[in-house]
Design a binder for this molecule. Sequence first.
Ligand code: FAD
Ligand code: SF4
Length: 515
Amino acid sequence: MTTLRLILGDQLNPCHSWFAEVRPDVVYVLMEIHPEMAYVLHHAQKILTIVAGMRDFARQLKADGHRVRYIALDDPSNRQSLTGNLDALVAHYGATGVEYQEPDEWRLDEQLQTWSQEAPQRLGIPGHSVSSEHFYTERGEAAALFAGRKQWLMEHFYRQMRVKHHVLLDADNPKRPTGGQWNFDPDNRKAWKGSPPLPADWRTPHDHRALWQSLCDAGVRSFGAPQADQLAWPLNRQEALQHLDAFIAHALPHFGDYQDALTQHSWRVFHSLLSFALNTKMLNPREVVGRAERAWADRHAPLAAVEGFIRQILGWREYVRGVYWAHMLGYVDHNALGHTLPLPVWFWTGDTRMACVAHAIGQSLAHAYAHHIQRLMVIGNFALLAGLSPQAVHQWYLGVYIDAFEWVELPNTLGMSQFADGGLLATKPYVSSASYIQRMGDHCKGCHYQHKERLGPQACPFNALYWDFHLRHADRLQGNPRLAMVYKNLGKMDAETVQTIQAQASSLRERLDTL
Ligand code: FAD
Ligand code: SF4
């Protein structure tokens, strides 16, 4: 009697109850397959880190006494299909059942559900899923909370989560927030001007050149820098816990103040770099939230920083997952603003004269990472203003970032950043002219373009594109009360100014590759 238990590449959680006891009748299965490395073009570091993490996880399971079957990409028995390999393994082991942890992505969920439904008839064995024991919420919880509402306000969801999970609540009144305020966002908008000192990179580099070579030899295609000789993302829970410690000690106290800061001098500012460890389940969101809460109780970090950080995990992360499961499959096709332009070439090289964009894309290609404001207010902002296809933007984001898994990337990109869902997630499009980027950072100082100029060859492209975006989409957007000021300002412009801005924007949109 043998049961196969499948472990996916983003399920590297040694604390799952599956592993509480060593069972000789269970074989854990991990597999590297081409389709999972090629459903979009991925960043080299992302492929390499996930594969190295899976191999490390398998090694650890074996060391703990578990039975493991690991199918490497170049294993001759590899059928390069999740379900094809499962069929073969069921036959090989004479398995009497297959179990898998709930996948987070629709694509895999669909494949495994179909396989399990057919398994009793086709193979004479049952297949079923168990919880991944990771998230605070069930897949359908956000949908139930927002039932019947046109707009899904994250803040509403977040407050419910705070109360339900007893996070940052007043000791005397557990329905009231600690410090009397649910949200400290207005305090968390400082630009970083050279101090406090930025934290050093606390990650430990690993040499994985041989593994990378073997993946390339097996035909893996990718883009971005592999950094195989100094791969620095955590490969297991132990390393992830060390990163969590370092973040709490060195960066959390300043996380809030500089959460939205942009600077030429850093690629991570005071951000945690924990998304990969969280999304691959090396870390549990509860322990990360708990550590942050304790840092406030110990007076190590201010409440605004701790609340701001916790909101990202207990709020945004769980919320976007709820959006994903409520709106897949059709969500990926939304294009409410009808944007169709292809990505400019510099999305693949970082080679643009726009200093803010060059920095954000350059570091994305170098590190497979950009922080939230770079993703939203630099790259995403430009893509939306220029009218790039939201599907092309989605595919790029899904490929480039170390933490990009569809359940979290898609609502953030298509919904929050590109407004392609017509405003389910965002009450207005997240766009700005150069003034926001200038206020929040230091990129404009050294830029080829002039942040104050709207017209002319050296005018910052964000400016004309910003006004043109609101003119192009006036039918849909001008009734939005949050945009009243924008349309009031547009109303004050004379016809000639409007025409010149539109001409400048059209010219920019025709030559995006050359900006
Ligand atoms: P920190 O700034 O230190 O934040 C702490 C944690 O909060 C993160 O590790 C993450 O788990 C969580 N978090 C913060 N913001 C969000 C959010 N909006 N949604 C979900 N979780 C959040 N996050 C991903 O994990 N994967 C993605 O593919 C992804 N794609 C994005 C695409 C766009 C266009 C945008 C605007 C945001 C995207 N995010 C994504 C959210 C966020 O930008 C990243 O989680 C964050 O930058 C990761 O870096 P960090 O760990 O240093 O985060
Ligand atoms: Fe970016 Fe414009 Fe500033 Fe240049 S001037 S850094 S393009 S906002």
